[in-house]
Design a protein around this ligand. Structure first.
Ligand code: GLN
Length: 208
């Protein structure tokens, strides 16, 4: 079966684990989900999620625990990473906040908490490129970042809201400003892990 890792130093870890299990089950794939709180586990993972939470905390802990270089190596090996909300901020190349040390896995800058105070939390029906069908995706935004500075890099915009990019893909990495783990709709996890032609997931017959 596949091994999935959820970076679990802080944030909404269990919801990602459940969403990964739903996406795998929909494809008759077996998956074992591991919570990543220390170094040494990521190298065994076929796919990885970095959740929402507090980007300054997640950034600090993935670096101090020695997980950051392993996440970079995972992506360099072409294995899929889904980075959501705070995870997207940490995965970006320009968090625009001195307290966040970027991983530089997506050629994007972000603006933290970009969608304004009265709209701290909202749900939006998003048109997302590359999903299994054309139904709008129910995207939950919670103090979400916006994505800036996509031009010139290799990141492709998959979805925008309010005129600003909120989902991008670059090679094996998918980043969303919203929280696909908080709705029963597992199409974003499906896209990131099973329908991303740029990402290497062991085929059914090759899986351990
Ligand atoms: N506002 C948070 C941050 O900047 C992200 C919010 C979230 O992950 N829901 O870290």
């Amino acid at each position: 079966s596949l091994t999935a890792g959820v970076v679990a130093v802080q944030g909404d870890v269990e919801e990602h684990a459940a969403a990964i299990e739903r996406a795998a089950a929909a494809r008759d794939r077996e998956v074992t989900v591991r919570e990543i709180r220390e170094s040494g586990l990521v190298p065994d993972c076929d796919l990885l999620a970095m959740p929402g939470g507090e980007s300054t905390t997640i950034s600090r802990l993935v670096h101090s625990e020695g997980i950051a270089p392993e996440i970079r190596a995972h992506v360099e090996a072409g294995k899929p990473l889904l980075a959501t909300c705070a995870g997207l901020i940490v995965a970006s190349s320009e968090p625009n906040d001195d307290r966040v040390e970027e991983l530089g896995l997506l050629d994007v800058g972000v603006e933290r908490n970009a969608f304004g105070r009265q709209k701290d939390s909202f749900e939006a029906p998003l048109a997302v490129d590359g999903l299994a069908d054309d139904d709008p995706y129910p995207a939950v935004f919670i103090r979400a970042p916006a994505i800036d500075d996509v031009a010139g890099g290799d990141a492709a915009v998959l979805a925008s809201w309010d005129g600003r990019p909120v989902a991008v893909k670059q090679g094996p990495v998918v980043g969303t400003a919203f929280h696909p783990e908080l709705t029963p709709d597992s199409r974003i996890h499906g896209l990131a892990f099973f329908e991303n032609e740029a990402a290497a997931v062991p085929a059914l017959e090759d899986a351990r």
